[in-house]
Design a protein around this ligand. Structure first.
Ligand code: C5P
Length: 297
């Protein structure tokens, strides 16, 4: 018997970052939107914990116990006094190290797949608690839709979304390490008073209305200057998407994937074609939002 769980990627339509905390994390006002690019995690009983991965970026995925999906299985097994003897197979479609929470998606997927396979019936609250221990973005990968994340991003409030938003994601050649981008944020803000992060009411209203033009006017990412500083060629990708008619262009999370909000599905196809033709990215993917969270197939 096997259990397969489908889990979405995310884009941050607002990522407001506060100053570094004593624990090294940053307080955030993080507006997550789940998008229709998915990984699938399949859990099958096995003699010992084993990870395999397929997909165009599979070579970049660690297959040992440092993989967040492996850590999720171990954390769940420990809670229930079980051995984490499971084969986790990841069918990977979310860009790796791209700022789209692909590793977090795999962790949330592995958690739900193992809980279902083992019949451990862990409560939603307890699953969310384990998610938060695994990483700041993992709780959102479990719930999907749209949510405001505060604290280090792990405390979630679900948000209303009044329509479908159409995105293009330009996948860069190479990845960025999230801690390195936060480190660069700290370096760039040295000597500057970093304000408390707060969610933008205009942005929340635009999401609730399903108004793409209003959302485009309100998106922001405080990590963008740091990501561009470490990966300067992303400026060319952002410019190419804007020139192709995107309503908004921004770095997705800590990057280096860039995100383009478009008017409709046709607009997304046109922007994707133009980005591919521009030669400023490795590939371009279209995806609608919002998307459901981790789902057992
Ligand atoms: O929580 P997660 O493991 O995804 O975080 C990865 C790294 O990103 C952290 O070690 C920290 O350097 C940085 N981070 C941060 N503030 C946050 C979330 C992540 O500084 N709110």
């Amino acid at each position: 018997m096997s259990v397969t769980v489908r889990v979405p990627a995310k884009v941050n339509v607002q990522l407001a970052v506060g100053g570094a905390r004593p624990d090294g994390f940053h307080d955030l006002a993080n507006v997550f939107l789940a998008v229709g690019l998915y990984d699938e995690v399949t859990a099958t009983p096995a003699d010992e914990l084993r990870i395999t991965c397929e997909g165009p970026d599979a070579g970049q995925v660690p297959l040992d116990r440092t993989n967040l999906a492996a850590r999720a299985a171990i954390a769940l097994a420990e809670r229930h006094g079980l051995a984490p003897d499971v084969h986790l197979h990841i069918a990977k479609d979310i860009p790796v190290a791209g700022g789209m929470a692909g590793g977090s998606a795999d962790a949330a997927g592995a958690l739900l797949a193992c809980d279902t396979l083992w019949g451990t019936n862990t409560s939603r609250d307890e699953l969310l608690e384990i998610c938060a221990e695994l990483g700041s973005d993992v709780p959102f990968s479990l719930v999907g839709g749209a949510a405001l994340g505060t604290g280090r991003g792990e405390r979630l409030r679900a948000l209303e979304v009044g329509g479908t938003f159409h995105w293009v994601f330009a996948v860069a050649d190479g990845g960025l390490s999230t801690p390195a981008v936060y480190g660069e944020f700290d370096r760039l803000s040295e000597g500057v008073r970093v304000p408390e992060p707060v969610a933008s009411q205009e942005l929340l209203d635009a999401l609730a209305k399903g108004d793409a033009a209003a959302l485009a006017a309100a998106v922001s990412n405080d990590l963008q200057p740091a990501a561009l500083s470490l990966f300067p060629s992303l400026t060319g990708t952002l410019d190419a998407g804007r020139a192709a008619g995107a309503l908004a262009a921004l770095v997705s999370g800590s990057g280096p994937t860039t995100a383009f909000l478009t008017r409709d599905a046709g607009g997304a196809q046109a922007v994707a074609q133009a980005l591919l033709a521009s030669g400023t990215c490795r590939t371009a993917r279209v995806a609608p939002s919002p998307a459901p969270g981790a789902t057992v197939l």
